[in-house]
Design a protein around this ligand. Sequence first.
Ligand code: DAH
Length: 359
Amino acid sequence: MTDIQTIRSTLANLRSDGETRLGGVADLETLAEVERSILGKRSALAGLGAALKDLAGSERAEAGQALQQTRQALSDFARQVRDELDRRDAERRLVEERLDLSEIACGSRRPPLAASSRSAGHLHLVTQTRDELEETFISMGFDVVEGPEVETDWYNFEALNMPPDHPARGMWDTLYLRLGSPETVLLRTHTSPVQVRLMSKGDLPIYSVMPGRCYRRDTPDARHLPVFHQIEGLVVDEGITFGDMAGVIEVFTEAFFGEGMHSRLRPSFFPFTEPSAEFEVTCPICAGAGCRTCSGSGWIELGGCGMVDPNVFTATGIDPERYSGFAFGFGIDRLAQVRTSLADMRALLDNDVRFLSQF
Ligand code: DAH
């Protein structure tokens, strides 16, 4: 037999006992166990609930309410304990899993990972040379234009005053693509077709340089690469003279190679210029004194140049009576080779970091 009084005191004991047990729990796993034993199906509280049916109606309702309050109080208490344990757990993980970035700079066991122990790499010598050339020409008022590496025969040859079967085509060993009619689509053999594209657009005047990759059916050796780079220059305006060309080349030579370095022209032939010339610059290795690189002459041949042939103007829709202009072109890899006294150009393709890191 049971009565309401006994039930009240039992509930009070269960509550204080339960709170004591819950309050002593140190981890979430134990908390779950203790909670189950206090509030679960086989707990004393549940047993007491089963005993209520023996009470008289009014007492039963009162006891039931008291039991429900005790159950609620204990589960509230358990939730507080769980919240506290959760908080401590998160705090501990935060400390344990924190990335100690200061270790990189001041760790005592391992040597510091100083920035200098990892090389970030740098641009390839040829790219550096190309960038420097662009900078120099930009500082002289030129803009930089690029064109496609796959060209048609018309841009690479015909518009440059070399009709089909023109003997001068032999100056360039050409790689043709199997596209369209035979020998109509090719890998450009020089950057001169970009001149044609620029002139065909008809935005005059033109003061542009055109750097880019070129291809020739050549076997690589110390001075030739089948894939190489050129930079082309083109000026088209009214009243442009051969003197302007010589002046621009001279200004470029001093700006790029440094004070005291000069240029000179020797007569030559290119189908797209008339007259044409080769231009030479003071040997950058011996500054003109004569060395092995310049075969003792003090001069290095850099590229070709000349006054734009009227036939090229006509092919591209420019009136040769009104406009005149000059063009020049030279090899960027070749220039990099000369400037660094590189015996064999093939080193530029090897990608050996021991070689490349020197520049
Ligand atoms: N395209 C020539 C070559 O590949 C170089 C050249 C010569 C470019 C004379 C020019 C020029 O623009 O006027 O050998």
